[in-house]
Design a protein around this ligand. Structure first.
Ligand SMILES: C[S@@+](CC[C@H](N)C(=O)[O-])C[C@H]1O[C@@H](n2cnc3c(N)ncnc32)[C@H](O)[C@@H]1O
Length: 285
């Protein structure tokens, strides 16, 4: 019997449903239910909450979320082989698990949530993890439909998500993530905890949406960050040329030193430049 419920151990579930891991689906399963419970607890309080889980696979994290009290779990899984295993979990927790056989890249949970607040919790498939996060971070309107995200990434991606100015991992992802959310790496998980083990260590990251991020146009902020970090070793007066405006004028109007490099500019500096870019482009119309 497992630590968290009276369902069969995950190794048995995997054998029973012939769920041999597929690399193309980013499948690295977590079989230790104490670890999945630790991830689920990071999204506390779970009582009364609705969880959107991406990629439940054989259901280790799903079981932890339900056993720890999540009122409703909407689980989106691409691999049809996992659906019967998830149906067994649903039978153990009647009315609390909704299984969606679909692609998280295109699935919109809006209609299922019908205005209900939710949290996103997932051990993400690494091949699409960053793109999924960007999709959630660029959701409009803001504040978004979720109150919290607790997500597992390769540690290198986790470091980019939480990075601020003057840190090596600081880049476009850090600007976007920390502009809109408070971010934190909670703990690491060693490759040996997974079946099959990935090549690198994983990190569990929590992101809490800011109610009022510094005001600017999200698309322009992304453009400025992409342009500045596209040539991260160059001064802004060079790297911002791709925006099609005078970089020195833009930086000066934003109160930013154009001889500095992208990696030294705080998020407030990028926001200021995005706002000035909007003004300069409007004047040019
Ligand atoms: C890293 S595994 C995690 C499995 C399970 N949650 C665990 O912790 O053991 C990623 C899961 O995402 C699923 N997946 C991959 N691509 C997907 C997609 N586009 N949409 C939904 N699920 C996907 C995989 O089939 C797999 O079950």
């Amino acid at each position: 019997m497992s630590a968290i419920d009276d369902l069969p151990p995950l190794r048995e579930v995997i054998r029973q449903h012939a769920l041999s891991a597929r690399k193309s689906l980013g499948q690295n399963f977590l079989l230790d239910l104490n670890l999945t419970a630790r991830i689920a607890r990071a999204a506390a309080p779970l009582d009364d909450s609705t969880i959107v889980e991406i990629g439940p696979g054989p259901g280790g994290l799903t079981r932890a979320l339900l056993a720890l009290g999540a009122r409703r779990v909407i689980a989106i899984e691409h691999d049809e082989r996992a659906i019967p295993a998830l149906q067994d979990i649903s039978a153990r927790y009647p009315g609390r698990l909704e299984i969606v056989h679909g692609d998280a890249m295109t699935f919109d949970p809006g209609p299922l949530l019908a205005g209900e607040r939710a949290k996103i919790v997932a051990n993400l498939p690494y091949n699409i993890a960053t793109q999924l996060l960007i999709n959630w971070l660029t959701t409009e309107p803001w504040p978004p439909w979720y109150d919290m995200m607790v997500l597992m990434f390769q540690r290198e991606v986790g470091e980019r998500i939480v990075a601020h100015e003057d840190e090596e991992a600081y880049g476009r992802l850090g600007v976007l993530a920390n502009w809109r959310c408070e971010t934190k790496i909670l703990f690491d998980i060693a490759p040996s905890a997974f079946v099959p083990p990935p090549k690198v260590t994983s990190s569990v990251v929590r992101l809490k949406p800011r109610a009022e991020p510094l005001r600017c146009d999200r698309r322009l902020l992304e453009q400025v960050a992409a342009s500045a970090f596209g040539q991260r070793r160059k001064m802004l007066r060079q790297s911002l040329k791709s925006l099609g405006v005078d970089p020195a004028r833009l930086a000066q109007a934003a109160g930013v030193d154009a001889t500095r490099r992208a990696e030294t500019i705080p998020i407030s500096g990028f926001v200021a430049m995005a706002r000035e870019l909007a003004d300069i482009r409007k004047q040019a119309e």
